[in-house]
Design a protein around this ligand. Sequence first.
Ligand code: CA
Length: 306
Amino acid sequence: MTLSARHAAISHVGRQRPGNEDAYLVRPPLYAVADGMGGARAGEVASEMAVAALAELLAEPPLDDQTAAARLAEAAAEANSRIHSAASADAARSGMGTTLTALLLRDDHALLAHIGDSRAYLLRGDKLTQLTQDHSLVAEMVRDGRLAADEARLHPYRSILSRALGTEPDAEVDELRVDLLAGDVLLLCSDGLSGPVPLDKLRKGLAAGDPEKAARRLVDEALRHGGPDNVTVVVVQLLDGAAGGESDATETLVLPAEEPDRDSAPDPQEAAAGDAEAVADPLRRRHWPWSRRSGASRAAAPEANG
Ligand code: CA
């Protein structure tokens, strides 16, 4: 069976951060979300480098599946080494890194490459399944049984990653394969969505019917829950490709990030104090509190579909 897809993507700075360090890629059949970290403006550099490397190295997805899987893994490894080299070459970017959750659609299945705590979900019927595992300190504590799952969402160390792209010379990237059916909806998102928004609200938002409605609803939910972080969503809906042909059925909507609400931005010193304990932790803090940007939000990733 051949499936076609339509999609929508939104990246929003949220209500509390001064700039957007998330990036996304919508270049069917390739989709990705990256959530950068690092001092100064390094986080946005890292996330942008990750999606740019992916777009470049998978510009022409291979025809056979085995090669496609290998190329996706190679692209993630190359993105890692580019970011790591750039971080090593420039003290201002030392330690920068990013999450990456990338999805390559193949006829009736998807290949994923994943590192960090951005997530991929699959909605089938009314069942929402998280496809990826978080590579975070807190998630590992939950997997080890040292922390209850419902304690994880609000844990003070929830933002500390155990794996990221670019922070080490070699990255351990998860590779997944998921079989797909017409009607399935895939979601890629940064933790600015999955952190504050409960699973049931995610499921309801994603079930909105079409990708644009779903993406808007999900971002609205994150903002309604305080919008504590940048929030990025990529929604991909699978359709039966036999009816209209792939190109007819594909719609593209890429919305730019929006300006932050300046009035609701927190006091930077207050934010720094709140994060001081986490910064002292030997594991890397993903968003350094002094990582402030002037007003402009990040433009979205490369234009979709030309
Ligand atoms: Ca984030």
